[in-house]
Design a protein around this ligand. Structure first.
Ligand SMILES: C[S@@+](CC[C@H](N)C(=O)[O-])C[C@H]1O[C@@H](n2cnc3c(N)ncnc32)[C@H](O)[C@@H]1O
Ligand code: SF4
Ligand code: SF4
Length: 374
């Protein structure tokens, strides 16, 4: 809870400060990805480019200057040509490293790579979209991916906290199997409801998303019931999870997928978006984004200091604070968790129904951290 309080206080200060101080630097290390996932615009981007070295250096400098956490994603971060050097530098120059991977090559790491990940990364997030090889490999379009990820997760060493990130099918029926798998692998579980606009602002949405968006309202009640039941099951299995916060939004999220009112009418009044006030987001071209879903601002890579770089996001912050929303906000289930947490801490009375769930989650993470060290 102390970390939650610190994050909320930082946002409160940043809302007024002329010189805001970020808490996280999030990097799309590379646009390259060997994945062919059903739900992602990067599918088939095998030949994408790595983030230019000067921009990477700028971002590491920013994390160092402000004592931030660093979050490494992509594309596929382990497809970056020098990922080992980047991970080592990130650990040395930040307050902690989170790494998001689709699991590619995890079974081919040598002992030195495994030791590097285990020591340099605090939180490893491994995507698993199905609880069996047949389902997961089909959804991600790569044979052997499930076996690679689970082989890595079963053999030691690995980072202190390891999470499975799961994008459920629209009706969320498969959650109990994912909970059991995560518990058996001694991982936490992050359920990431399907984003139905493009996950990358420079790319058009994957064609199947339009169809999904029109189907989501039909499964809203079913999805809500499945998520609520899954939250109970996950508590019984004793793993940390985010199902309470997903349960707080999944019904209206699906019901209003097609009319666009989930974020502005149902979320914003209680759960303000705080992402641009706490996170510096840099795309694989080294450009500053207000958040992963919104287009990059012009020219930040040429800014001489890291601090100026961060302050360039001011315009978006002003517009967001004035109540403006963008098409991408309609489907921003990805940042709902952090906005849910910050809103509860900043306005505990208004959001008192979520307080018990937040405390439960923190206790579970605490117990989980210790168990993984054992
Ligand atoms: C963009 S990927 C980058 C890291 C890595 N390539 C991976 O797959 O984990 C980060 C996360 O976004 C998720 N994601 C991609 N497209 C999505 C969508 N349409 N809806 C929900 N999550 C999505 C992925 O499943 C993954 O867990
Ligand atoms: S979800 Fe990750 S692995 Fe799959 S295509 Fe997108 S970036 Fe690649
Ligand atoms: S897409 Fe909208 S809601 Fe999501 S993080 Fe960006 S500004 Fe916030």
């Amino acid at each position: 809870m102390a970390g939650d309080l610190r994050a909320a206080l930082r946002i409160r200060r940043n809302l007024r400060a002329a010189r805001p101080r970020p808490g996280v630097v999030h990097l799309n290390l590379t646009g390259r990805c060997p994945g062919r996932c059903w739900h992602c615009e990067k599918a088939g981007c095998g030949e994408g480019r790595d983030m230019p070295a000067p921009a990477l250096e700028q971002a590491l400098g920013l994390a160092e200057t402000f004592g931030c956490r660093l979050s490494l994603a992509g594309g596929e971060p382990l497809a970056h040509r020098r990922w080992q050097a980047v991970v080592a530098a990130a650990a040395a120059r930040s307050r902690g490293v989170d790494l998001f991977t689709g699991g590619y090559r995890l079974d081919r790491l040598d002992a030195a790579d495994r030791a590097l990940l285990a020591e340099a990364v605090d939180q490893l997030f491994v995507s698993l979209d199905g609880a069996t090889a047949a389902v997961h490999d089909r959804l991600r379009g790569v044979d052997g991916l499930f076996a690679a990820a689970t082989a890595y997760l079963t053999a030691g060493p690995r980072p202190r906290q390891t999470w499975i990130v799961h994008v459920p099918q629209p009706d969320c029926a498969g959650l109990p199997d994912m909970i059991d798998l995560a518990a058996d692998l001694r991982c936490g579980l992050v359920v990431q409801p399907l984003i139905f606009v493009s996950s990358f602002p420079d790319l058009p949405p994957a064609p199947l998303k339009t169809d999904l968006r029109t189907r989501l309202p039909q499964v809203a009640d079913t999805a809500r019931r499945h998520v609520e039941a899954a939250a109970v099951h996950a508590r019984r299995r004793g793993l940390p999870h985010n199902l309470d916060e997903v349960a707080a939004s999944i019904g209206p999220y699906c019901a209003h997928a097609d009319d666009g009112s989930w974020f502005a009418a149902h979320t914003l009044p209680r759960f303000r978006c705080s992402v641009p006030w706490q996170q510096v987001t840099v795309d694989e071209q080294g450009r500053l984004q207000p958040c992963v879903f919104l287009p990059a601002a012009d020219g930040p890579a040429s800014e001489p200091t890291a601090e100026n770089w961060w302050r360039l996001a001011t315009d978006y912050r002003r517009r967001l604070a004035a109540g403006e929303t963008w098409e991408a906000c309609r489907s921003c289930s990805c940042h709902f968790g952090v906005n849910w947490r910050n809103s509860i801490v900043m306005h505990p009375w208004v959001n008192r129904r979520g307080l018990a769930a937040l405390v439960r989650k923190r206790l579970a993470v605490h117990r989980f951290g210790h168990r993984q060290e054992a």
